[in-house]
Design a protein around this ligand. Sequence first.
Ligand SMILES: C[S@@+](CC[C@H](N)C(=O)[O-])C[C@H]1O[C@@H](n2cnc3c(N)ncnc32)[C@H](O)[C@@H]1O
Length: 311
Amino acid sequence: MATIHEPVLLREVLQYLDPQPGQNFIDCTFGGGGHSLEILERIKSDGKLVGIDLDPNVIQTSSNKNLILVNDNYRNLKNIYKDLSDDKRIGEISGILLDLGLSSDQLGARSRGFSFQDSGTLDMRYNASSDQMTAADILKKYNQKELFKIFKEYGEEPLAWPIAKKIVSERENGNNIETVESLVEIVEGIYNRHYHSKSKKQPATRVFQALRIEVNDEFGNIHKVLPQAIELLKPGGRLAVISFHSGEDRIIKNYFRDESKQDKPRIKIINKKPVIASDKEGQENPRSRSAKLRVIEKAFISDVGREKHKN
Ligand SMILES: C[S@@+](CC[C@H](N)C(=O)[O-])C[C@H]1O[C@@H](n2cnc3c(N)ncnc32)[C@H](O)[C@@H]1O
């Protein structure tokens, strides 16, 4: 599989998931397969790995008989598993991985509009044949307040309001923002006006991130998948989640905390503080610098009893 994507926190993921021969795993974000291929090495010929990805371009036919590739949204995790298990293609699950966001391959792919360095149409759907709204549709349809909200919440963009205002005023003048170049021009124009200098590097990054999160309902997907992943794990099985955005990490942290504080908690938190990349990895792979890994373990019935006893 031709990929330039470097798997993030690979050593740490393997250490926490600890795949053993004969076990089954699900990688909800297969991407370039960087994590999956290492897990496959460890589960050997008796184990199975289900690799899910929404982007049909990464789902290629595989000659590895232990790898089951599924082109779907991980928010449908329970149904994906049910279909495979009904067909007796997979048994109980020892570990699940989510490595959120997009891969370097997607960021580097021209014509999908993921990056401000790209050119062409603002699409940003992981699955370009789905009927979801594209980034260009959002820039055409959302009102100023709605645009402001996504730039602020998902992009943490300090100039969210003037950027949203400019987009709407351009629209009113008959100029829909449909291309990467036109969006970059608007954001750069606003930055130059506010900071009176061109020194601010790549000011459009945050607006692009915000649009990608909105187009793909990325926060909604995380909310949906976490309870399903916990339900699917066998007792003692582990869920590892890598996020790259403070908003994502907050959803994950809060969900795990709330679950672990239930009367009969279904999970045990393995690392109270998120695992971050080593200095060495940060130098070698800049993408890893914003990564946070959180891991939980599915409780055994006896753990549930013990937790209850403690309270
Ligand atoms: C960061 S990459 C994963 C990289 C992979 N772990 C590796 O090391 O090669 C995230 C992948 O998740 C996929 N993805 C994003 N949202 C998804 C969703 N809701 N359902 C399934 N796949 C999704 C993207 O298409 C992308 O390929």
